[in-house]
Write a protein that binds this ligand. Structure first.
Ligand SMILES: Nc1ncnc2c1ncn2[C@@H]1O[C@H](COP(=O)(O)OP(=O)(O)OP(=O)(O)O)[C@@H](O)[C@H]1O
Ligand SMILES: [Mg+2]
Length: 492
């Protein structure tokens, strides 16, 4: 007995078969292409996501004798996908969450005075990050594709809804409440699509998926479409909410940070909808089968691990992200270099889509090792920026931080993080908590596990990083560097 968890991330799809005792029996992974048609634009081809999903699942299933009894899905959030309701073919590429093309749409709506109401209804803000303005952009700029939406032939949704459509052979058009809460079209307090927001962003409500709870059966896979399997789809959540669940952050006050492409700090606030004026988002953590909503406060940082990918692919100064630890450890400090990795603008708590990557303090003595160290340090600073808002403005306590995600494997980064926060950082044995969370949801949804307490038993500490004294000048220097990165795209 086990659960097949699909983690359809930004750069690739991971599939895990998770056993009843919370062990990972096997895994599959398949990367898919990233498309950058213009500066600031990021696109995915939906068919490529689906093919990567099939390949990753096939590989995971081949690697174990366990037979899964349910499927759980977690996914990159906010990305806007269009597909044909009947043929499931996508008429155009998806616009990815990192894509900045709609900063003009956001400005326009802000000038029209919409921002306050948008925040009130959705818990989010007017930023290109979210699905809403991406759909507005499609309506205004892709006449051919949008004509299908107007006629009801083409539907719109996030990656979870697209995958459910593919997995069920088109039988189901659903999204879970966590994914819905990232679109700018969802009424956070009422837990349903907002007609007012659909109108504001120009999205026909009929094109949107039905909103379903984060666990409990919502459909079955079609054997003809999905590897001959007929299984219940019983858990769905956006990747960050799934990671919160996978870290067993079930109680109000539990907090985690996932270090991946970006980094995302989420704190469980229970049934309470906590609002922030200082740049955090209010979002759905999960919805139970009976419809109760648990909320979270979130700090979304766009570029953290992706900065290391850029050092690898853009500059070619490291072979692979894990090599950053040894290279950065070869120098005692950054030699005064500060790197603000605002490669796709800045998210929480600064929210500046026009900020751009900035490297300051370069001297004749600067080496690539200083730059690599500055990239790791930047991740720790960015997370500190968010946690300071949580503990300051929002008045929440963060006594320790649970870390996960690809970059949490970096011991130097984890130590830097503890130093910057002044609290311990706890890393579990299983760092793929996003996929694990999807497995947990699907297992709860089908009765493989009966309560969250069953799941708490499976969380095991790998290592605790205790804080040491940070260089007192470093963080103020970072804050100054951030102000210098701001608004740059407006000049180019
Ligand atoms: N040892 C390491 N040190 C620093 N960064 C690392 C290390 N290993 C991986 N990374 C970074 O972590 C990221 C990959 O982690 P992960 O797979 O959790 O990301 P992700 O955001 O979930 O990916 P996706 O967006 O595809 O879901 C990459 O950006 C990579 O640069
Ligand atoms: Mg991921």
């Amino acid at each position: 007995m086990g659960v097949l968890a699909i983690d359809a991330g930004t750069t690739g799809v991971t599939a895990l078969v998770v056993t009843e005792d919370g062990r990972v029996a096997s895994r599959g992974y398949r990367e898919f292409p990233q498309h950058f048609p213009r500066p600031g634009w990021v696109e995915h081809v939906p068919e490529e996501i689906w093919q990567a999903t099939l390949a990753a699942c096939r590989h995971a299933l081949d690697g174990t004798a366990e037979t899964p009894t349910a499927v759980g899905i977690t996914n990159q959030r906010e990305t806007a996908v269009l597909w044909d309701r009947r043929t499931l073919a996508a008429p155009r590429p998806a616009i990815v969450w990192q894509d900045r093309r709609t900063s003009g749409v956001c400005d326009r709506l802000r000038e029209a005075g919409a921002e306050e109401r948008v925040s009130e209804v959705t818990g989010l803000r007017l930023d290109p990050y979210f699905t809403g303005t991406k759909l507005t952009w499609l309506a205004e700029n892709d006449e051919r594709a949008w004509e299908g939406v107007r006629q009801g032939r083409v539907v719109a949704g996030t990656v979870d809804a697209y995958l459910v459509a593919r997995l069920t052979g088109g039988a189901r058009h659903v999204t879970d409440a966590t994914n819905a809460s990232r679109t700018l079209l969802f009424d956070l307090a009422r837990g349903e699509w907002s007609a007012e927001m659909c109108e504001l962003f120009g999205v026909p409500a009929g094109a949107l998926p039905e909103v379903v709870p984060s666990y409990g059966e919502v459909g079955r896979t079609d054997p003809d479409a999905f590897l001959g399997l007929d299984l219940p789809i019983a858990g769905i959540a956006g990747d960050q909410q799934a990671a919160l669940f996978g870290q067993t952050c079930f109680s109000p006050g539990d907090v985690k940070c996932t270090y991946g492409t970006g980094s995302f700090v989420l704190i469980n606030t229970g049934p309470k909808l906590v609002r922030s004026n200082a740049g955090l988002l209010t979002t759905v953590a999960w919805q139970t089968p009976s419809g109760e909503l648990t909320y979270a406060l979130e700090g979304s940082i766009f570029v953290t691990g992706a900065a290391l990918q850029w050092l690898r692919d853009g500059l070619g100064i490291i072979d692979a992200a894990p090599a950053s630890q040894a290279i950065a450890s070869s120098v005692p400090d950054t030699g005064g270099v500060v790197f603000v990795p605002a490669l796709t603008g800045l998210g929480a708590p600064h929210w500046d889509p026009d900020a751009r990557g900035t490297i300051l303090g370069i001297t004749r003595g600067t080496t690539y090792a200083h730059l690599v160290r500055a990239a790791l340090e930047a991740i720790a600073f960015e997370v500190r920026d968010v946690v300071e808002v949580m503990t300051g403005e929002a008045g929440l306590a963060v006594p320790a931080l649970k870390a996960d995600g690809g970059a949490s494997a970096n011991d130097l980064l984890m130590a830097m993080q503890a130093d910057q926060l002044g609290v311990p950082v706890d890393r579990p044995v299983v760092q793929e908590t996003t996929a694990l969370g999807a497995a947990f949801l699907a297992g709860l949804g089908t009765g493989l596990w009966t309560s969250p307490d069953d799941l708490r038993q499976t969380w095991t500490l790998d290592r605790r990083f205790e804080p040491g004294p940070p260089d007192p000048k470093a963080y103020p220097r970072w804050r100054e560097a951030v102000t210098r990165a701001r608004g740059w795209a407006r000049l180019t």
